[in-house]
Design a binder for this molecule. Sequence first.
Ligand code: PA5
Length: 473
Amino acid sequence: MADPLPKTLSLNVGNLMADRLGGEYGVAPEAIERWQPRAEAALKAVQTTRGQGWLGWMDLPTQPDSLLDDIEETVRTIRDRYDAFVLLGIGGSALGPICVNEALHPLRYNELPRSKRGGPRMYFEDNIDPERMAALRDVVDFNDACFNVITKSGGTAETMSQYLIVRDALAHKPRWQDQMIATTSGTKGLLLDIARIEGLKTFTIPDGVGGRFSELCPVGLLAAAVGGADIRALLKGAADMDARCAIPDLWKNPALLEAVLMGIASAEMGRNIHVMMPYADSLRLVADWFVQLWAESLGKRESRAGSIVNAGQTPVKALGVTDQHSQLQLYSEGPFDKVVTMIKVESFRDETLIPAAPDSYPDDVKFLGGLTHGRLIEAERFGTEYALTSALRMNQTITLPEVNEYTLGQLLYFFEMTTAYMGELLDVDAFNQPGVEASKIATYAKLGHPSGKYAAARAELAAAPEEKARYII
Ligand code: PA5
């Protein structure tokens, strides 16, 4: 019988190296040797404390069958009963589900007839644009939808505001609670309290699993399974990548090698921008997910000991081929401050043959006839790689044999492990986000939140002189 889990992800870092780009533009072997002791320390720090503290997400690839059974059981009802599944969440409580959904579904999934979808249409509400709820209600009958409200902290204003709107819309029904699933901490938080008051079905985000590392817990697994994904294969992919990323040999451990190379590129070579450029529409939102993971985890003012480091490589999302016609000019001729990571898919789930053009057409169009879009997109990705390398720009390629649950599980877990190692190498706490607190506090103070927690900020805002519109013309 054929292997049901096709092949593994590979990482080609050749175009980051000095032997390809020259000493000034690529990573020299001596630099890697210099970083070797740090890499060993990073590996040890992560692997000896795996599962503990904020490394709780490292246990996710091997979650108990009982949890997966519960998810699958719940999902059977959702898939049978509802026309739409709506996820309410933001940041780490939305980006993982959004990217997995996009990766594993046919590209026009929601527009397919029910018979082809086999499950509900999927909506991910991760913003509070005032037009958005109305737009959702234009296309989703709330009476025929299942809602999954997700917040780890339990009190995120954006998410809880959406919850209140949906609750209000459903409250006329005697058992509206059957349509609402809460995914939150198992021990504390406002959503947990509310779920208990209302008697909602809940799924738990384990302690030690931060938002942006939560895709492989019920945050992402429920939505993935509602969409028909094989969540066990997703976890198997992550588990297999976990094993690879624990190998002590730097050259066999993809996440550790990647972290070392990005550490050198950013800390020693000024490559402070990291462009993530999948060459597949299905992986477009993997770039969005990566952007949050990389930015929120590694963009830190202080080292763990408290010195000012202002660390972090700025992640940028791009899409091949589309952004060749938008961003590539900058990447090949602008400042030498970037690493471009391309994600290549070897075999697409569908193929499009380009038909022969009429004989009377110009040769420059006729040559396309008989090619496929698969060949064309890979030739274009190759062209980008070639052009960037010729222009001495650091670039690398991650290859997925195909996009499926198993390879996606590997890919996401690879990025998570790379981030954890990178945090160690940069000596920053990859699992907090103090930089977003100030904005949250100012928001709540501005809204007059009654808690004493915001009293100082309220007073500060009240005392601030009114902004003069000096620069508005
Ligand atoms: O990665 C993180 O921790 C954040 O992006 C959170 O996921 C985001 O702020 C939403 O938080 P919560 O799940 O508590 O609503």
